[in-house]
Design a protein around this ligand. Structure first.
Ligand code: GLV
Ligand code: GLV
Length: 320
């Protein structure tokens, strides 16, 4: 039998992938930091039995139709809006993601971003590092409290629930909006369901964790930001395209909201000239929600195990 061919779209640590090398010919894109060019991914897909992809790789209809041997795509992310899952299913290609293993790590980052935005941590660090700290003063870099405020979570999945658990420790009131009621979150942390509009009106921190779908694209538009309190903060750790970025810029410009903490952007990566970076009340980080060394290694191993399972004719662990 012909050995399976596996293409991995980034350079990963070989020792994390060992069993794969034993059972398949494995090729890795030769950069850890730069995405594989589209033409190369397309070429590799023509030969591949399995692809281990990043969220920055587009696995669309065009690619899938040119991949006759493809059995599995293992995406190193919980989100999978970069993959046309419908076309993959029609073609019998199994698509896997990395849920659960990144839940707590992503909730940590969400909380860190919320705290950093409210308490102006990055602005304050700039102040010290740039030598601007001349004296102490009572309102120097004074921000907003997080504890005992109202948190509104849009997209209450496992990550949302883990954020809510943290918020409970901060004495926050927890609201959420989701396609369907999340009884476990209601019972575990006392989260209360709200309509989207009502959540926006009541929350001091609106945290977006919803996946990107046709329904959630541009969910946060002019109207949404207008409904938020002027004192409220918008935190996005979901997907950039859930937000109409022009509307966010208008909302920040006209003080309709107090600030934003953003881990994700409409078109990533953004350059240093991106208009959102002009606002001191915006904290911007480069899509690092699940980026702890431990969790990224665990995610890689899960992708590996899913590919191994499919090659061996077994059931993958985390099929979408
Ligand atoms: C990161 O954004 C993920 O979907 O895992
Ligand atoms: C997905 O976004 C989740 O909350 O698990």
């Amino acid at each position: 039998m012909k050995r399976p061919y596996v293409f991995i779209t980034r350079k990963l640590k070989e020792e994390l992938l060992t069993p794969l090398f034993e059972m398949a010919d494995v090729k890795m894109w030769d950069s850890e930091s730069e995405a594989v060019p589209r033409e190369i991914l397309m070429k590799e897909a023509q030969k591949a039995t399995a692809l281990l992809t990043m969220l920055s790789d587009k696995v669309d209809k065009e690619l899938l139709e040119q991949a006759p041997n493809l059995k599995v795509v293992a995406n190193l992310a919980v989100g999978y809006d970069n993959i046309d899952v419908k076309v993959a299913s029609e073609r019998g290609v199994i698509v896997c993601n990395t849920p659960d293993v990144l839940t707590e790590t992503t909730a940590d980052l969400t909380f860190a971003l919320m705290l950093a935005t409210a308490r102006r941590i990055t602005e304050a660090q700039g102040f010290v590092k740039e030598g601007r700290w001349q004296s102490w003063s009572p309102f120097l870099l004074a921000g907003a409290d997080v504890h005992h405020k109202t948190l509104g979570i849009v997209g209450m999945g496992k990550i949302g629930q883990a954020v809510a658990r943290r918020a409970k420790g901060f004495g926050m009131e927890i609201l959420y909006h989701n396609r369907s009621r999340h009884m476990e979150a209601e019972q575990e942390v006392g989260a209360s369901y709200r309509s989207f509009e009502q959540l926006l009106a009541e929350s001091d921190f609106v945290v977006c964790l919803t996946p990107l779908t046709d329904e959630t694209k541009h969910l946060f538009d002019h109207d949404a930001f207008k409904r938020m309190k002027n004192s409220a903060f918008f935190i996005n750790v979901g997907r950039g395209q859930v937000v109409d970025e022009e509307a966010l810029i208008v909302a920040l410009n006209s003080d309709e909201i107090a600030g934003a903490g953003l881990d994700v952007f409409y078109a990533e990566p953004i350059g240093s000239d991106h208009p959102l970076l002009r606002f001191p009340q915006v904290v911007a980080i480069p899509h690092i929600g699940s980026a702890s060394v431990e969790t990224r290694e665990t995610m890689m191993k899960l992708c590996r195990d899913n590919i191994v399972a499919v090659i061996q004719g077994n059931k993958a662990k985390t099929v979408i």
